[in-house]
Write a protein that binds this ligand. Sequence first.
Ligand SMILES: [Fe+2]
Ligand SMILES: [Fe+2]
Length: 163
Amino acid sequence: MVIKNAKELFTHLLSDTNNAEKQITKALPKLARAADDPQLAEAFKHHLEETQGQLERLEKVADSLPDIRIKRMKCHAMEGLIEEGQELIDATEKGPVRDAGLIGAAQKVEHYEIATYGTLCALAEQLGFTEAKNLLAETLKEEKSTDDKLTQLAETLVNKKAG
Ligand SMILES: [Fe+2]
Ligand SMILES: [Fe+2]
């Protein structure tokens, strides 16, 4: 497929992100089951609900733009990040070491999403897609706060272990 302009690039990235979020909805329940710390498991479950909302929001973004439709495609980067998360689970036993690894793996996903939604927001702004931009900015905010929450959890878990 040839991408000729900013609008086509936006459509491409929107479709890629839609697939990434779908992959994440399948991965988060596994992360929640693998986690030892109940707060961490709860954080994954909470973000699963948020992610389902984010998928609906992507539909709304497409609906707000008459000639843009989400295409079927695979986000290879997300596939790789999730695969590494699974490798980590396979290589560890349930406990604080695995939890630390799960937080790291989840934060890689969040950072990827923050970069993605940042780009989508910038493109939407450039293209004058105001409603789309506002919707995408809401998701960007959720991804950033998820990342912050994971950082806090990492600190709490380290303190628990030390104490
Ligand atoms: Fe997301
Ligand atoms: Fe996320």
